[in-house]
Design a binder for this molecule. Structure first.
Ligand SMILES: *Cc1c(COP(=O)(O)O)cnc(C)c1O
Length: 424
């Protein structure tokens, strides 16, 4: 399938007059429409809720927008909890799915009445000593071994640091019940970026069977089952996208097959998607500023891996559109690079693209999740702005660019940098 940016060249030419490149651009219309599709796909389940994984795109404007569409927040750190609270998202609208959790984060989560999803058996004791066991509690399950789907996609939970073992989760719920917990949930995240409609139904099967076994063996009745994240997006144009309606229907069938006959037809289904909610609805907009002709042809951009790290660390593919040249033949082969002193700082390697001239705008696709959020300050690079393309076609800044002042702020305890000359 051809990948088209959600913004036209004409629109982008206007936007860059107000907001200089590079920046992350998000598509409000796409975000809202997709969130509604997710809700509809699971509308057969009255308790359904999507808890957006804040780590994917930790921007309060985005969190509020998703909250308007009925989403809560999945948090895993102190500042993510603080962000949710500031957006007016608290109580059972927060799922706190953390690991190796510092005590003060459990305290904060309890203060906010968030649903705590314990990552480990020993955290039962830790939580009790830190702030007591809440009435509602969830545990994260790790079945071990390898998790396979019929299309060959697999992941290796046995090698993952997360979750309770099977034995531990039975014992864990026995203890939690004894300690006074009243409402129970289970959670698992077994494979990442799955581009197949089979993942959630296969995971649901594992968790639904666990719920039935917990009822029979421990006498705890599970109230909610959290399928977590892992629903992927087609980064490559030839990949077939997931169909969330098919995924929702697949989960419903397993629900009817396993939970309903066991008297668990009231279970609420939760999800914690990040990538699927935001990935395709954000792009990194950058300008070609250099051409270099050595052993290869290079295009140097004004963005770098500090803005979008996935290609550098995972060798991830991100599709690139040269704005205004969508219909030109891809008869040039380029490495598209940033300016870090780091050879992995390439948005694309040996990529066939139309001829790029200096000043051309490049739209790097699928940067809406785990994009800006993974950014860093290596090489003294400051991170750039985030802009929202609103439904009415206007652009709004939803995070300003960092400046040198932000970068040096952590030296404010001393005066070495007090006379530094800022050029802003
Ligand atoms: C990262 C994460 C998610 C979101 O994952 P995606 O792949 O972005 O959907 C959800 N839940 C937990 C606990 C996570 O760590």
């Amino acid at each position: 399938m051809e990948k088209k940016p959600f913004v036209t060249k004409e629109q982008l030419d206007e936007i860059v007059k107000e907001f200089p490149t590079p920046f992350h651009l998000y598509d409000e219309k796409g975000i809202r429409e997709n969130a509604r599709k997710v809700k509809k796909a699971f509308s057969w389940n009255p308790g359904f809720k999507e808890y957006f994984a804040v780590k994917a795109t930790p921007n309060p404007f985005i969190l509020k927008l998703l909250h308007e569409e009925g989403c809560g927040c999945d948090c895993s750190s102190m500042t993510e909890l603080m962000l949710s609270e500031a957006c007016g998202i608290t109580g059972s609208e927060i799922m706190f799915s953390s690991n190796a959790t510092p005590a003060e984060e459990f305290v904060k989560a309890r203060e906010l009445n968030a649903i705590i999803n314990l990552d480990d058996f020993t955290h039962i004791d830790f939580l009790e000593k830190t702030c007591g066991i809440p009435e509602t509690i969830s545990c994260r399950y790790n079945p071990g071994g390898v998790f396979k789907m019929s299309n060959g996609i697999m992941d290796n939970p046995g090698d993952a640091k997360y979750g309770f073992t099977t034995e531990q989760i039975f014992e864990g719920f026995r203890i939690l019940k004894e300690k006074g917990a009243k409402k129970f949930g289970i959670h698992a995240f077994l494979a990442s970026n799955t581009v197949t409609n089979e993942y959630y139904p296969a995971l649901a099967k594992v968790l639904f069977q666990l719920a039935v076994d917990l009822k029979e063996k421990v006498g705890v009745s599970i109230s909610f089952i959290n399928l977590s994240g892992g629903v992927g997006i087609p980064y490559r144009p030839e990949q077939e996208p997931n169909d969330i309606a098919v995924i929702g229907e697949g989960v419903r069938q397993v629900f009817e097959e396993i939970l309903v006959p066991a008297g668990l037809g009231d279970v609420a289904i939760y999800t914690e998607m990040g990538r699927f909610m935001l990935g395709p609805y954000g792009g990194l907009v950058t300008k070609a500023v250099h051409q270099k002709h050595t052993y290869k042809e290079y295009i140097g951009c004004d963005a770098c891996a500090a803005d979008l790290m996935r290609p550098a660390i995972y060798d991830a593919y991100h599709h690139i559109t040269v704005m205004g040249k969508e219909d030109q033949p891809c008869d040039h082969v380029y490495d598209v690079t940033g300016s870090l002193c780091e050879n992995s700082d390439k948005f694309a390697k040996d990529r066939a693209l139309p001829e790029i001239e200096i000043g051309d705008l490049l739209f790097i696709h699928d940067a809406g999740a785990h994009g800006y959020a993974m950014g860093y300050n290596y090489n003294g690079k400051v991170r750039h702005a985030e802009i929202l393309l609103q439904e009415d076609g206007t652009a709004k800044m939803i995070r300003r660019a960092e400046t040198a002042r932000d970068l040096f702020a952590t030296f404010d305890f001393c005066d070495i940098l007090k006379d530094v000359k800022y050029n802003d």
